[in-house]
Design a binder for this molecule. Structure first.
Ligand code: AMP
Length: 403
């Protein structure tokens, strides 16, 4: 029998599988430190199979203490929880029933994610104690939808059990009744969880390898060419471009609460308050967990934002690699902005007094960040006057020289 299994594993290797294949009957403890590649991204080992199973065992014991005298209905959240549900049920050896629900989260350029139900729970749940089995609870958006779904039923009781819980980013709206493992806010894959549908079959949990990430802050006054240059750099270095100005304008265009709030500030050329902008920025980063790095364009603009960005990135095992300023004279910039205002439709580009107010805001609140980043040895300056391609080349030289 063992020989047959080995023959099968060799066949898997020959078929070009990227995951290291090993025989768990012969080498149960052999956890390699090898990076694995899924859809061109590298992931490093994070949680061993034994750790995961021990956490599930602990949950099963806790839940049994509360429910062993009745027949609870466990509801697994597809697709991610399928492996968790299977192992959980093997650990929970008391009368129970099982069903599944499937939700899909839509990710767009919005400040709040929308989660839609694809499949309702089929069972008759009247009078039953329902325990949701979630693979991972992060921001809490999915949970909100689940609570909404079950609040419309006549269940006796409704509880939530999460195998992995990202307490740092959970909005705290509902209590999580049973937790397997509390984990930091890193992108994880394996044990049912996927990266673009790959990796669900891994027995262990891996996390995104952040070592190769480049995160850049593009610094400079309005009109310095940050947006234009970010457009080229994101292609060249495969980075996600986040322009806080663009996100605000998108929200204004779509009439969201965030847009309504930001509009009054933007129209006058004032900065939007820090709390709002920082939360929005974090949300944009969260929406792109698999990015190879970010270009922050128009953020940070105040000392509080710079500190919040450093703390936030550090909590995700990331950092700002460089802040690059595009330098240009005010008079050149005013001429550029007034020219752009003719076609962009941006009211803050069409009126010189608003432009000058934006410069005042910059001089007072943003310019001091130069010293903040110089202190960290991260500040670089590039001449922002000249041919667009020439400026991209200047920026590229700075980026290529980074460690
Ligand atoms: P921009 O497109 O970067 O020139 O931004 C346009 C406007 O959006 C600014 O004048 C501010 O009102 C607002 N805004 C953009 N980014 C920020 C930020 N980081 N902090 C505060 N307000 C911002």
């Amino acid at each position: 029998m063992i020989a047959k299994i080995h023959e099968f594993l060799e066949g898997m290797k020959d078929a070009g599988h990227t995951t290291p294949k090993k025989c768990y009957l012969c080498q149960p403890d052999q956890n390699t430190d090898t990076l694995i590649k899924l859809n061109n991204k590298l992931f490093k080992p994070y949680l061993k199979e034994e750790q995961i199973l021990a956490a599930i065992e602990k949950m099963a014991v806790e839940i049994a203490e509360d429910y062993k005298d009745e027949t609870p209905l466990f509801v697994g959240v597809l697709n991610g929880a399928f492996m968790f549900v299977a192992d959980f049920l093997k650990a929970y050896q008391h009368p129970c029933q099982v069903s599944f629900v499937r939700l899909s989260s839509y990710q767009g350029l919005t400040s709040t994610g929308i989660v839609e139900t694809l499949l309702d729970v089929q069972e008759d749940m009247e009078g039953k104690s329902v325990i949701i089995l979630e693979d991972v609870v992060d921001t809490g958006r999915t949970l909100k939808q689940l609570v909404h779904l079950f609040s419309q039923t006549n269940v006796k009781e409704f509880k939530i059990a999460a195998l992995f819980y990202k307490s740092e980013i959970y909005n705290g709206e509902y209590a999580i009744d049973y937790v397997g493992l509390e984990i930091p806010d890193n992108f994880i894959v394996g044990y049912g969880l996927d990266y673009n549908e790959m990796g669900r079959n891994l027995r262990e949990v891996y996390q995104l390898n952040q070592a190769d990430m480049i995160n850049l802050v593009l610094f400079g006054k309005p009109g310095a060419g940050k947006g234009t240059q970010a457009g080229f750099l994101k292609e060249k270095y495969n980075l996600k471009h986040i322009s806080t100005g663009d996100v605000f304008r998108y929200n204004i265009k779509n009439g969201t609460e965030l847009g309504k709030l930001a509009k009054s500030y933007i129209d006058k050329g004032d900065l939007v308050p820090d709390e709002v902008t920082i939360d929005m920025l974090k949300d944009e980063v969260e929406k792109n967990p698999e990015a190879s790095g970010f270009i922050f364009d128009g953020f940070p603009r105040t000392a509080a934002q710079a500190e919040a960005l450093d703390n936030f990135l550090e909590s995700k095992d990331m950092k700002v690699n460089a802040t690059i300023a595009l330098e240009a004279d005010d008079e050149v910039l005013i001429a550029r902005l007034l020219e752009r205002g003719k076609s962009s439709g941006r009211s803050d580009d069409q009126d010189e007094s608003k432009i000058r107010n934006r410069f005042d805001e910059y001089n007072e609140k943003t310019a001091p960040l130069k010293a903040y980043y110089e202190k960290q040895g991260k500040f670089h300056s590039v001449n922002g006057i000249g041919d667009i391609a020439e400026i991209t080349e200047r920026l590229g030289k700075v980026i290529d020289a980074l460690d």
